[in-house]
Design a protein around this ligand. Structure first.
Ligand code: FUC
Length: 790
């Protein structure tokens, strides 16, 4: 099912807020540097058009634009006739045995058997990649553009202007001006690279790729203007035969020639390159092949015929700002933008107050989401759409035990609901293979996906334990489906897309949970993400199943359907082993009270019920909320990038703004660390991309969502205004945050106290809001805007 059409319909229903951002505010939303990037991961700057991600470096004499396209992967059916989506046939016959061993307390034996029989299968070739036929996301290569401008360089600046959605490199050589403008246009489905110079300049374009070349040529564009030429490259990923084509349409006032290797442009004052890329991948089980990528590129390029650069740029900015300008955040208006961003980051870490940098960090995440996740594209992966390797960390895949979900945490609350849709299209593609996995491994109905997932339907558990075992991935993804409905109140989405996904995922849990000796339903066997032993009931599984069934029940009520299923879901939900407080006051991570108070593991999965779930809240379950604090204090205030970001969100839900802020600051800790650190060391590179380390986009997104949670929360059904305002953010304002119920919220505060607050919604909509502990009712008046009486 294609959600794009539904989206277009839905956009029409969204109340339009003012899109006039203050010029001053916009002007400050940029990352900038006084030298070129020398390193991809830590310094280059990202641009994207949803389908493709690119990084530019800004070297004066040789620009480098590295790029990738979301669907370009190795692995899958094309790589090996034995590829079987990770399925270990007949695995489920061992499930009763594993359960029995657990009942008898024979944990080691149970773990051994599960490791042997309940793990997914990959096929590796000698000397091949560590991920075998699971594959990995692939870079498509680099475009190098040599610029013949030797001389004395002055006034150098490399910047990413996130209010306009474009990157720029500007400098002078011997006093003459040069300007490069780079952006990814979703509307044109192309990347655009523009070079302008006061003097006539010579350029050489050299495309380098690690993949096999099948064909490359320079084509005169028949329909376009006389000087328009297209450099076409066709290649394939040798590992699986995936075909791709990337095209560079060149428009210039200079002359263009091709020597069989490089394209030369001579005597040009302007050079514009429209860059497209597509593959033969389709999001369709079981072949995942067959897209007419050549026709698609042709269509994209033909659409560009006759359009001026200015027109393409204007259309891009209009499209970009339509999303970006919905939200404004001012945390004190501190303007230190005369300082390069890398230096600013260091000074911030040394204690300089810089709320302007915090605003940039927040809006940068929104920029990255708009640049990498749009209707019809592949969803964000671990690095969004930015990958420069054929063997990236963790295959640059879809990791379903926190990372994939965190990537989308800001989508709803920061008013980018359209950017959430690729995740739902993707989930729909997982249902068929996920049902086979549920059946083969667990003899259950419903669909599952485990920790690691590639775009070729690998929904099986991973090939090692404990990290690989996480059938709850689907339940967690389904929380996003419900949240999308709850924020937008788009009933059509819920009926046609959301509910079927949720119900099918719930069937798995109805079958998988088994009764213990006290009549509770428990998840057996289970592992808490990536650490600890095998268990007869991991708290996170119980919380995710509870959340999913709870949301299914609510969905049945909204849609007025499925009464029988609803009643069954209620019965199951209410029998699930509940969150439990253990012997040192902690919230138990396992059904067995075995938590180690010295455990500093990055995953804090047993607090799912606090965030992103809502089973535990400070209001409804204060004792359990206290226990989550004990657990969080024990885990400590360090971690990988995403772990720090999750902790920001936890403390926000616990209404401790200052503690959350401390963790947020840590997320901005400057680092250049390239290698992998699994325990601590999370922070930010000088290009403000999150360091796990290495680079992982989830931390950026989790940090952004955390900022929002400090200012507006609505998971309890009541809109809470400034629920966890850090004392450092004395004065500020927010415009356009979304709240559940289909509302938008604007706030302004001074010295920590609200000055104005508006709730925007459809006329007649009712709800409650909470400020400083008191709950009030509201009804949206004729004007569509309710002003809170303060
Ligand atoms: C999970 C985490 C790791 C890393 C990986 C991509 O496995 O435990 O820290 O983020 O995903």
């Amino acid at each position: 099912m294609n959600n794009t059409l539904k989206l277009l319909f839905h956009i029409g229903l969204i109340s339009l807020m003012s899109i006039t951002a203050k010029a001053q505010y916009e002007n400050n939303l940029r990352l900038w540097y006084d030298k070129p990037a020398s390193e991809w991961m830590t310094e280059a700057l990202p641009i994207g058009n949803g389908y493709m991600g690119a990084m530019f470096f800004g070297e004066v004499e040789k620009e480098q634009i590295q790029f990738s396209e979301g669907s370009l992967w190795s692995g899958g059916p094309g790589s090996n006739p034995d590829y079987n989506f990770g399925i270990r046939e007949g695995a489920s016959k061992y499930l009763p045995q594993v359960r029995k061993l657990l009942d008898e307390g024979k944990l080691d034996e149970a773990n051994k058997l599960a490791s042997r029989e309940l793990t997914g299968v990959i096929h590796k070739k000698r000397g091949g990649s560590e991920f075998g036929d699971y594959g990995a996301q692939q870079t498509m290569g680099d475009l190098f553009i040599s610029v013949d401008n030797k001389g004395e360089v002055s006034n150098y600046k490399r910047e990413l202007d996130i209010s306009n959605g474009e990157g720029r490199v500007s400098y002078k050589v011997n006093g003459k001006k040069y300007l490069r403008t780079f952006f990814g246009s979703y509307t044109a489905k192309a990347m655009v690279y523009r070079f302008e110079s006061e003097e006539k300049t010579d350029y050489t374009l050299d495309y380098k790729t690690p993949h096999k070349k099948n064909n490359a040529y320079l084509n005169s564009n028949i329909k376009g203007s006389n000087s328009s030429k297209i450099f076409v490259f066709r290649g394939e990923v040798e590992n699986n035969g995936m075909q791709f084509e990337t095209c560079f349409k060149i428009e210039t006032d200079g002359t263009v020639s091709y020597d069989g290797e490089t394209v030369k442009i001579s005597n040009a004052k302007t050079l514009t390159i429209y860059h497209t890329a597509a593959t033969d991948y389709t999001l369709e089980y079981p072949t995942y092949k067959g897209f007419d990528y050549i026709a698609d590129n042709k269509k994209t390029l033909t659409n560009l015929d006759g359009q001026s650069y200015n027109k393409v740029r204007e259309a891009h900015q209009k499209d970009y700002k339509n999303l970006f300008n919905r939200v404004e955040l001012d945390l004190g208006g501190n303007n230190r933008n005369n300082i390069p961003t890398d230096q600013r980051l260091k000074e911030y870490a040394n204690g300089t107050t810089d709320s302007g940098l915090e605003q940039i960090y927040f809006q940068y995440s929104r920029y990255l989401m708009i640049s990498a996740s749009r209707p019809g594209t592949m969803p964000l992966h671990l690095q969004g759409k930015w990958n420069n390797s054929t063997n990236p960390p963790w295959a640059c895949d879809y990791h379903m035990n926190i990372n994939q979900q965190m990537l989308y945490w800001p989508a709803e609350i920061t008013n980018l609901e359209e950017c959430h849709l690729p995740l739902f299209d993707y989930m729909e593609s997982l249902v068929e293979p996920g049902k086979v996995s549920a059946k083969e491994f667990f003899n259950s109905r419903g669909w599952i996906v485990n920790t690691m997932n590639n775009p070729f339907g690998f929904t099986s558990p991973g090939w090692g334990l404990p990290w690989g075992f996480f059938p709850g991935g689907a339940a967690w993804l389904c929380q996003h489906v419900w949240e999308h409905y709850d924020f937008t109140r788009d009933e059509t989405f819920l009926r046609e897309t959301g509910y079927p996904l949720m119900k099918e995922a719930a069937l798995f849990w109805i079958d998988y949970l088994i009764e213990d000796e006290n009549g509770y339903l428990v998840s057996s066997p289970s592992y808490s993400p990536e650490h600890g032993g095998i268990s007869r009931g991991v708290s996170m599984d119980h919380q995710m199943a509870w959340d999913l069934l709870n949301n299914c029940i609510a969905a049945c009520d909204v849609l007025g359907i499925d009464e029988d299923f609803k009643n069954e879901a209620k019965q199951v939900r209410d029998k699930i082993f509940p969150p439990t407080i253990g012997k040192w006051g902690q919230l138990q991570e396992w059904k067995e009270d075995v938590d180690d108070p010295n455990n500093k593991h990055r995953h804090v999965s047993h607090l799912y019920a606090l965030h992103p779930g809502k089973q535990i809240t400070t209001e409804t379950t204060p004792e359990l909320a206290e226990a989550t604090k004990v657990s969080l204090n024990a885990r400590g205030d360090d971690g990988t990038g995403w772990s720090l970001a999750w902790k920001v969100n936890f403390w926000a839900r616990l209404k401790d703004g200052d503690r959350a802020y401390k963790l947020f600051k840590r997320l901005l800790r400057p680092t250049g660390q390239q290698g992998t650190d699994m325990m601590s060391g999370g922070g930010s590179y000088s290009n403000l991309l999150c360091a796990h380390p290495p680079f992982q986009l989830d931390g950026n997104m989790g940090g952004c969502a955390g900022i929002a949670e400090l200012l507006v929360q609505s998971h309890t059904g009541t809109i809470e205004l400034l629920p966890a305002l850090p004392s450092d953010w004395e004065t500020g304002s927010v415009k356009g945050f979304k709240a559940r119920g289909g509302f938008e919220v604007n706030l302004e505060w001074k010295e920590g106290v609200l000055i104005t607050a508006e709730i925007i919604g459809q006329k007649g909509a009712v709800g409650t809001y909470k400020y400083q502990g008191a709950v009030h009712e509201f009804e949206i008046p004729e004007s569509g805007k309710y002003s809170v009486n303060l």
